[in-house]
Design a protein around this ligand. Structure first.
Ligand code: HEM
Length: 446
């Protein structure tokens, strides 16, 4: 399919650094990568400050990198630049150490285990809704961030972080070293974690959660994880496990508010399946459209909008030599909007996922959770959480966009709404109550 060209670096913007400065890459990476893909196709060579990177845009090439040749890559420098935050946690560690930690954490994410988190997800959402009133203006992104932080805290660490979540503004997980606010936020989360770890160690309680598993894990030599190792794992799960899902939901509210037909279909499904009760795990198979909305949201606004790897062993991609030290980049944002795989790719159409589109697509035409051995450990957790939260809230409220508030994507490590998503809450129940009493009055008048 690709013409082999030995000893050559693929054509790409690196050929014309005058035309392509670093400015557009930094200012708007989404637009930049889209443009490079449009101009150079499935494979493009880029040179960023003399660091050679191959940018791939075809699902089969992505599969080669993430799955087939996974062992020829490490995670690379983008994430490692954030090591002051993540340390040697699951997201950033490598090799034997990573494998051991991944095995250790895996049971907390087994399907049966995750099923037991569903009730907490719904309960915490309802607790949030108890404080919501129709007519109020709120930042949907901030609300989602607080909610998902509390859910991760409760499910994985059996800790109630509600008060902490109120104190933390909106933690961003791409804190540049100079970003003082972000540093303060990370320090705050760190404080919470050390408190939780300390309390658990002191009580010796086995809560049967992820934290207990990590605490009781022993190496062959009998040694246990240090506080620092625990801190790294915990902060990774706290950060990786809440902002991604929160952003997915924020984008969902934004798109639903602009697409009343889809919103009406969602409400019809919720009313038919749930009536006047809250959702539970057992309802998920029947909340198909609700699920498609989340799938579509992750296609158009993938919280992990792009990924990078560092080559650790020489080999070839599509006939081009890749050598140790080079980078390979891929962008969900670009692939998920490629007209070769999706009709009207820029349109929000949850219906496209009906009739098993996912099974008909090339495997890596849709990869919001990455793939291969480093695939997101929280994949099932996140999908269940997002669907349950969407169902619980949409049953009770419509979120209307506040006029003139700019909703713009900010592509740092995650893709989030730069200024949040300001919404006006509109109670659905009240409207229904009013309209049904109107109906009754009309019936009486008849
Ligand atoms: C919509 C929500 C989410 C999205 C889009 C997402 C996306 C991703 C992606 C793309 C990766 C792979 C990164 C790479 O290979 O370079 C990843 C890894 C990871 N995610 Fe998620 N994630 C989400 C939710 C979660 C949740 C809920 C948790 C935990 C509770 C979580 C924990 C992790 C961890 C620990 C890793 C590193 C896994 C490893 O390298 O072994 N994520 N995520």
């Amino acid at each position: 399919m690709w013409r082999a060209s030995r000893n050559k670096f693929p054509a790409g913007p690196s050929e014309g650094l005058k035309r392509w400065s670093l400015g557009p890459l930094n200012n708007n990476p989404l637009e930049y990568f889209t443009k490079v893909a449009r101009e150079y196709g499935d494979i493009a060579g880029m040179r960023v400050l003399n660091f050679k990177t191959i940018f791939i845009n075809h699902p089969d090439l992505i599969e080669e990198v993430l799955v087939t040749n996974a062992r020829k890559y490490s995670k690379g420098r983008v994430l490692r630049a954030n090591r002051h935050v993540f340390g040697e946690g699951l997201l950033t560690s490598e090799g034997e150490f990573w494998l051991r930690q991944r095995r250790l954490a895996q049971p907390a994410f087994h399907r049966a285990r995750i099923a037991s988190y569903a009730a907490t997800m719904v309960e915490y959402t309802q607790r949030m809704l108890n404080g919501w009133r129709g007519g109020e203006e709120r930042d949907a992104h901030q609300e989602m961030m607080r909610l998902t932080l509390q859910i991760v805290g409760k499910t994985l660490f059996d800790a109630d972080v509600e008060r902490d979540a109120q104190a933390i503004f909106v933690p961003h997980w791409l804190p540049t070293p100079t970003n003082l606010r972000a540093k303060r936020e990370i320090a705050q989360i760190e404080k919470i974690l050390y408190r939780i770890i300390g309390e658990r160690r002191a009580s010796g309680r086995d809560a049967g959660d992820l934290l207990s598993m990590l605490l009781s894990a022993q190496d062959d030599d009998g040694s246990r994880m240090t506080d620092r190792q625990l801190r790294d794992e915990a902060i990774t799960l706290f950060l990786a496990g809440h902002e991604t899902t929160a952003s997915t939901l924020s984008w969902t509210w934004w798109m639903l508010a602009q697409n009343p037909t889809m919103e009406a279909k969602l409400h019809a499904e919720l009313d038919a399946v749930l009536g006047d009760r809250a959702p539970s795990l057992d309802d998920l198979p029947r909340l198909a459209y609700t699920g498609h909305i989340i799938t579509e949201s992750l296609r158009l606004y993938p919280a992990a909008w792009g990924m990078a790897r560092l080559v650790v062993e020489d080999h070839e991609i599509a006939g081009y030599p890749v050598t140790k030290g080079m980078g390979v980049a891929m962008a969900q944002w670009v692939v998920h909007r490629d007209p070769r795989w999706y009709d009207a790719p820029e349109e929000f159409r949850p219906e496209r996922w009906e009739d098993d589109l996912l099974k008909r697509l090339p495997r890596f035409a849709y990869f919001p959770f990455g793939g291969g051995p480093r695939q997101c450990i929280g994949n099932t957790f996140a999908l269940m959480e997002a669907t349950l939260i969407l169902a619980t809230i949409a049953r009770k409220f419509r979120l209307r966009l506040v006029a003139n508030h700019p909703v713009v994507p900010l592509a740092s490590i995650t893709l989030r709404p730069r200024h949040g998503v300001r919404v006006m809450l509109e109670s659905r129940e009240k409207k229904e109550a009013v309209s049904s009493s109107n109906d009754r009055q009309a019936a009486v008048a008849d």
